[in-house]
Unconditional design. Structure first.
Length: 308
């Protein structure tokens, strides 16, 4: 088994929202100019590799800045993305693993892999119990969710945008892990990486209404854009016309909170869920955000694998 490289790591402690995870749950590690976010509880598993990429340290250039773009975008070349991934995998000690990437379609499609596919598979979640497969999802505001069963040694990577979250992709991934590999939810560890926060993710009220039709606790995931004169947040969701104030044109969605709630309802223990407090839109110095940067945004990569 390869030895984990720990030379001169830079570690920083970050406060976690929502309970369940302690203040020192997340580790920021810097090596060769690459900054990687990891979960301390997962780092303790010697047979596991995982990591969430950040912006610095790559060969891609946007607006005069060198960045670690890890996805196909119009402003960057395939060669640059390949070199960035090589550097990212090298820092993770994952260069010898077979990278499995999905063609993400904002769906609830869960793909299971026993070997690396010959071509890219369409879907938004991947699972495996095979060693040597590096599962990855790319994001630029959506929530990346990594799952691991330490007893059965099964891993999963999930791309959860608002559409996938609405379709319960995290819940369906856990269900697939149960059916195919006999995983028990209370054994699972889950990490929700950096994503756009409830402070910044403005969506139309049709999105809130769609969630309300699916989730009895949907009001927990939203807040109104406040000016100080409004009634209680989302009070309009419980009102029927005529005779009432119309709904606001936009509300704020907290993807991380919505997916954390789904993990809990699927049976995960609160202490086994680790949620990053980083908002992609608030931290353009460290992360990519399509909402913040538009077409000039890069892509983050979140990966997990069983070491050979």
């Amino acid at each position: 088994m390869p030895t984990r490289k720990t030379s001169s790591p830079k570690r920083s402690k970050r406060k976690q929202p929502g309970g369940g995870a302690s203040r020192d749950s997340w580790i920021e590690r810097t090596a060769r100019g690459i900054r990687i976010l990891e979960v301390a509880a997962l780092v303790k598993l010697p047979w596991l590799v995982h990591g969430f990429s950040t912006r610095p340290g790559g060969v891609s250039e946007v607006n005069g800045e060198e960045v670690l773009n890890l996805g196909a975008v119009e402003w960057d070349s395939r060669d640059n993305v390949h070199e960035n991934r090589r550097r990212f995998e090298s820092v993770l000690d994952a260069s010898d693993l077979a990278f499995v990437s999905l063609h993400q379609i904002h769906s609830d499609v869960v793909c299971s892999f026993a070997s690396a596919p010959a071509k890219q598979t369409r879907g938004d979640a991947s699972i495996t119990n095979r060693q040597g497969l590096l599962l990855g999802v790319r994001t630029a505001d959506c929530a990346p969710v990594l799952l691991v069963d330490p007893k059965k040694r099964v891993v999963a990577a999930v791309h959860a945008g608002w559409r996938g979250t609405l379709r319960r992709i995290v819940t369906k991934t856990i269900g697939r892990m149960q059916m195919q590999f006999g995983c028990r939810p209370h054994d699972l560890l889950a990490a929700i990486g950096p994503a756009i926060g409830g402070c910044c993710y403005e969506v139309g009220t049709e999105v809130a209404s769609a969630f309300t039709a699916q989730f009895p606790n949907a009001a927990e995931f939203f807040d109104e854009l406040r000016t100080g004169d409004e009634p209680n947040p989302l009070l309009w969701l419980n009102k029927m016309p005529p005779g009432h104030q119309p709904p606001p044109p936009h509300v704020l969605l907290d993807l991380k909170k919505a997916n954390r709630r789904q993990l809990l309802e699927a049976g995960l223990r609160e202490g086994n869920i680790f949620v990053s407090d980083l908002c992609t839109a608030c931290r353009p110095d460290l992360l990519f955000s399509y909402r913040k940067e538009g077409a000039r945004s890069g892509r983050l990569l979140s990966v997990i694998a069983l070491r050979p």
